[in-house]
Design a protein around this ligand. Structure first.
Ligand code: MG
Length: 404
């Protein structure tokens, strides 16, 4: 049985927002790769991995569950965003090692493929209805069956021009002001337009980014019911998920939630009380393949489906870990797409191929993906990596912050 000899980290993407774990073993050439990316806290996650490493050096790499439990409880406090990410990166690497040792892809170790490829959804957007409709049609032509529809950027559809929004006279000027009532008007109009023009053929979703006050969130879900969404995403902030009971009582619009969840106490009740339809935990934030395969199994018993979070700041290794879970899980629903540049893809031999609205894994042992460390070093821009990155702030007309 291979033993763990070292745990290293690889930081890349131009701004250094991607972190990968490399677990080395005492068997020549046998190592595993995992994703531990956190767009805002790369250095903190690296420090956490370096802190955990001495616990695992000398242990059997194949004892994945035992190693997971050991790291999970190693700091007494647990279920935090940073430590979950460090744990997930190590966990993925251990699954990669076990697959390579067995000569099988990870999805075979998880029970074998239940589907040929992974249904992926596209991100369509536009600053007005015409731009959005054009983008939706472009993705339809590319073969996407499921398309997320957004007006403008994060929080788009709810913005009023700052100067005309009735700000208090002593308020700091705002470029844009988020307004619940504007959102309640614009997003139903957006779907009315799309259903009128592209019809009910494409499966459409929308991401609220948790911006609305809870009673307005319930109202939006009800207003969107006639447009038969595939799902409505992040309708409520993590602090307000009890409102999903009211949503269920009011309408049948399917609900997707969970990309901000890190703790089982957040997602288990929503699954077991059947208050959501798709769980969207990010594999690397949930604790890796070991934890997410348990979430997928829990979903199966309660008729909930998985839609592991991906999107712009994620990386090809985390995407591949999700693809293995998707292939093996009967509770799979849909996979969020990622777009990487050709230079970024070039770092990752074996990356999942995205074509015609499906993601395809390869049949290589383990995760089937690697990180070219030389190219990873070359891509990193030290000046950009030294900067701090923070989530963009949206504010209401009185200047108070909107929680994402
Ligand atoms: Mg979201």
């Amino acid at each position: 049985m291979p033993k763990i000899t070292a745990i290293q980290t690889i930081r890349t993407r131009a701004a250094g927002r991607w972190v990968f774990v490399k677990v080395l073993t005492d068997q020549p050439g046998l190592y595993g790769i995992g994703s531990a990316s956190d767009h805002y806290h790369s250095s903190t996650v690296i420090t956490a991995i370096e802190t955990i490493a001495p616990l695992l050096i000398g242990r059997e790499a194949g004892a994945i569950e035992d190693n997971w439990q050991s790291v999970y409880t190693s700091g007494y406090w647990r279920n935090g965003s940073i430590l979950n990410t460090a744990l997930a990166g190590i966990d993925m690497a251990l699954w990669d090692i076990k697959g390579k040792e067995a000569g099988m892809p990870v999805y075979e170790l998880l029970g074998g493929a239940t589907r040929s490829a992974v249904l992926a959804y596209a991100h369509a957007g536009g600053n007005d209805l015409t731009e959005l409709e054009d983008d939706v049609r472009r993705y339809m032509e590319e073969g996407y069956q499921v398309i997320r529809c957004q007006l403008g950027n994060y929080g788009g559809g709810g913005f009023l021009p700052g100067a005309e929004a009735g700000q208090p006279k002593n308020a700091a000027p705002l470029e844009r002001v988020f307004d619940d009532e504007a959102y309640l008007k614009n997003i139903p109009e957006m779907f009315a337009h799309l259903r009128d023009t592209v019809g009910f053929g494409p499966k459409l979703t929308h991401d609220v980014h948790e911006h609305l006050r809870p009673h307005n969130a319930v109202a939006l879900a009800k207003l969107l019911e006639p447009y038969r969404l595939f799902f409505l995403e992040d309708l409520l902030s993590p602090e307000q998920v009890h409102w999903y009971r009211a949503v269920r009582q009011q309408c049948v619009t399917p609900q997707a939630m969970g990309e901000l969840f890190i703790n089982p106490h957040e997602y288990v009740p929503l699954i077991t009380e059947r208050l959501i339809d798709y769980v969207r935990v990010r594999v690397s934030k949930g604790g890796g393949i070991t934890q997410c395969r348990k979430i997928a199994t829990l979903c199966e018993w309660f008729g909930v489906h998985t839609a592991w979070q991906e999107g712009g700041d994620n990386d090809p290794v985390n995407q591949m870990a999700a693809v293995h879970l998707d292939l093996a899980s009967t509770s799979f629903g849909v996979q969020e797409e990622n777009h990487f540049t050709p230079e970024e893809y070039d770092l990752f031999p074996g990356f999942a191929r995205l074509e015609g609205g499906y993601l395809y894994a390869n049949s290589q042992p383990g995760l089937g993906i690697d990180v070219d460390e030389e190219k990873a070093r070359a891509l990193l821009d030290p000046a950009l990596a030294a900067r701090a990155y923070f989530m963009a702030e949206d504010r209401r007309v009185d200047g108070s912050i909107v929680r994402p």
